[in-house]
Design a binder for this molecule. Structure first.
Ligand code: AOF
Ligand code: ZN
Length: 368
């Protein structure tokens, strides 16, 4: 049983955790609040690159001895595991002689997976779990997705008119949504571990895929899906490093030339017939690289391929209050559906206005 005060402290820990949202990758952004005699004596959040952890920061920040204190953590405090990059938080809490630990979530990472809580319990600390679990799971959904299923959480960002169009029939498309919406997209990029596009979009738009309109001291990895390595040497995505290309049939010489420029190239198996990158394998490989959430900004073809492959978890749609008409280009170049059972169904989780535009966030419901 948790008290109203416990809820307030965990809500505080979740708010503190937000300060790490854009910087902790590949680690989850955790928040921790330490309370004694009804007062917060220390709080902390996971730091850039994932270390130090939230609990270590909160202990360090304590204004008085944490002995006998209650600790609120948005994730199970870690235990020592073979690849630990620092001390285990459960050991630090034991050493600090805290009395009680309340965490929102079990950490499914195989190196922890209950061992943090067990460690604390074995040292005589009272451990409780599940306070504001749904809220914590929502904020850490990308980390949880990567750890439990091996591939990152994929958010597809789209921008279209009210009638779902992205460009006129002649290709003209700049700008459909407002500057406010575009700034919001930069905020999304800042929160993503990686931003991905396809070679088709690269050929027409030559995007840079960097965070520019918001303050951010980490740039997401830029991922280009380019099955044959058709990318031009002058492409903007190749400037400034921090780029990974997923290729299926790119030649060894081309790969070597790109790598010599500091660009990472990742070979992915091809789909059985088409000679294209196998999207599920690509996502698994991105997961193995520690990417929690991948944001995709691309064209109608790759949008459709990712959707058809079942790789899309969430769609964030910016809808401009304008109409292009039926001859304009659409968002998803899907093959014709023969019956309504084949449609993709979504569950809307958020709707808000961004400047003059609408932003709709919806999760893709997987077919039963
Ligand atoms: C915590 N507090 O603030 C975070 C935790 O690579 P390491 O050694 O830093 O360990 C990373 C794992 O620790 C990560 O996969 C996740 O399970 C957990 N993250 N744990 O106690 C924190 N960020
Ligand atoms: Zn830890």
């Amino acid at each position: 049983m948790f008290s109203a005060f416990d809820y307030a402290m965990m809500a505080r820990a979740l708010a503190v955790a937000e300060r790490g949202r854009c910087i902790t990758t590949p680690n989850p952004f955790v928040g921790c609040v330490i309370v004694k005699h009804g007062r917060i004596i220390g709080e902390g959040f996971t730091q850039k690159g994932g270390r130090p952890h939230a609990e270590a920061m909160a202990l360090e920040a304590c204004t008085e001895s944490p002995e006998g204190a209650t600790v609120y953590s948005t994730l199970e405090p870690c235990s020592l595991h073979p690849k630990s990059r620092g001390p285990a938080c459960s050991d630090l809490l034991i050493k600090a002689r805290v009395a009680r630990v309340i965490s929102a979530l079990h950490d499914p990472f195989h190196g922890v997976n209950g061992a943090g809580h067990d460690n604390l319990r074995n040292a005589g600390i009272r451990v409780e779990m599940g306070l504001m679990q749904a809220e914590a799971a929502r904020s850490l959904k990308a980390f949880l997705a990567r750890v439990t299923r091996g591939r990152p959480w994929l958010t597809l960002k789209v921008a279209a008119t009210l009638d779902g169009k992205t460009a006129l029939a002649n290709g003209e498309s700049k700008w459909i949504t407002s500057a406010d919406a575009r700034r919001d997209v930069h905020r999304m990029r800042a929160e993503a571990c990686a931003v991905m596009t396809g070679i088709g979009t690269l050929m027409t738009d030559d995007p840079e895929l960097t965070v520019r309109d918001v303050l951010c001291d980490r740039q997401p990895l830029r991922v280009l899906l380019d099955s044959r390595l058709d990318v031009a040497d002058s492409a903007r995505i190749l400037q400034g490093g921090n780029t990974l290309i997923a290729t299926a049939t790119g030649s060894a010489e081309r790969i070597a030339a790109l790598e010599a420029r500091g660009i990472k190239v990742m070979k992915v198996e091809t789909e059985t017939v088409k000679g294209k990158v196998d999207l599920e394998k690509m996502m698994q490989q991105l997961g193995a690289r520690g990417l929690n959430n991948v944001m995709v900004e691309t064209g109608a073809k790759l949008n459709a391929s990712l959707l058809s492959a079942g790789m899309v978890d969430e769609i964030v749609a910016y809808v401009a209050p304008s109409i292009f008409g039926d001859d304009a280009r659409g968002l998803f170049a899907l093959p014709e559906l023969k019956n309504l059972d084949q449609r993709t169904k979504l569950k809307v989780s958020d709707v808000r206005q961004v400047g003059p535009d609408l932003r709709i966030t919806a999760q893709v419901l997987k077919a039963e």
